[in-house]
Design a protein around this ligand. Structure first.
Ligand SMILES: CSCCC(=O)C(=O)COP(=O)(O)O
Ligand SMILES: [Mg+2]
Length: 234
């Protein structure tokens, strides 16, 4: 094995930190944040969000549509958060909102206790470490940059989000392997999602199912389950 590719939520970070801390933090601040002026990144995200709203409304025809109001946009995004929909524009937006929370100290992630020691040991052994999460790369770097174990960003050399492709598709894992310049079989992917592991396995990667306290998915199916990264032997 030459590399470890890690999911975040349910694998290195407790699910409740995402569902009960990060998501509500963003949900409550969407209204104010979307009214921020002079943010070029925000303007293009709003365009993408409006496109997603139109698609959700079943706008298949070419008729011109009225732009959604601010309140409609906020309600739409809040409903996506409530359903844990992984719309890339929402994920980008969440990263921008969480930035303020991490900077102020309001947000800090307590990773599972075994995570930082395992990452450090693997790096020492020369393994390449990479992240693949539905959260944006910015959100990933904020989380690892503000963990209770300190700033762990330097341990990772590669960061992947859904701009590489959906986590449930084998093509995304093949693209990651190409980016890492490794054969898929030289990469171990760890995730709490069976559909993600199926996709990674189809691409030829080695896999482990992450079974952590408070994870909603507890059935590993055909995948080898681990309850700690310390159980992984290379
Ligand atoms: C990068 S922290 C926020 C994680 C997030 O927004 C999310 O949807 C979790 O997805 P994952 O692929 O890490 O399970
Ligand atoms: Mg996960």
């Amino acid at each position: 094995m030459r590399a470890v590719l890690l999911d975040i939520e349910g694998t290195t970070c407790p699910v409740p930190f995402v569902s009960q801390v990060l998501f509500p933090y963003a949900r409550e601040r969407l209204d104010g944040f979307l009214q921020t002026e002079g943010n070029a990144a925000l303007a293009s995200l709003i365009e993408a969000i409006d496109g997603a709203m139109a698609a959700d409304d079943g706008a298949a025809d070419e008729r011109p549509r009225r732009a959604p109001s601010h309140d409609e946009r906020v309600r739409f995004l809040q409903s996506l958060i409530d359903q844990d929909r992984k719309l890339p524009a929402l994920k980008e937006l969440q990263g921008l909102i969480w930035d303020e929370g991490y900077a102020s100290g309001a947000l800090q992630c307590r990773l599972f206790d075994d995570v930082a020691p395992a990452l450090r040991a693997w790096r020492k052994d020369g393994l390449l470490l990479a992240v693949y999460s539905s959260g944006s790369v910015k959100a990933q770097q904020l989380l690892y940059g503000h963990s209770t174990d300190g700033d762990l960003r330097g341990l990772f050399s590669h960061w992947f989000d859904t701009s590489t492709g959906p986590k449930g598709e084998a093509a995304s894992y093949r693209a990651i392997a190409r980016e890492l310049a490794l054969a898929p079989a030289a990469i171990l992917f760890v995730s709490d999602s069976k559909s993600e592991l199926e996709a990674a396995r189809s691409a030829g990667m080695a896999t482990r199912f992450s079974l952590r306290p408070q994870n909603p998915a507890v059935d590993p199916g055909p995948f080898e389950a681990i309850t700690s990264l310390a159980q992984i032997e290379f």
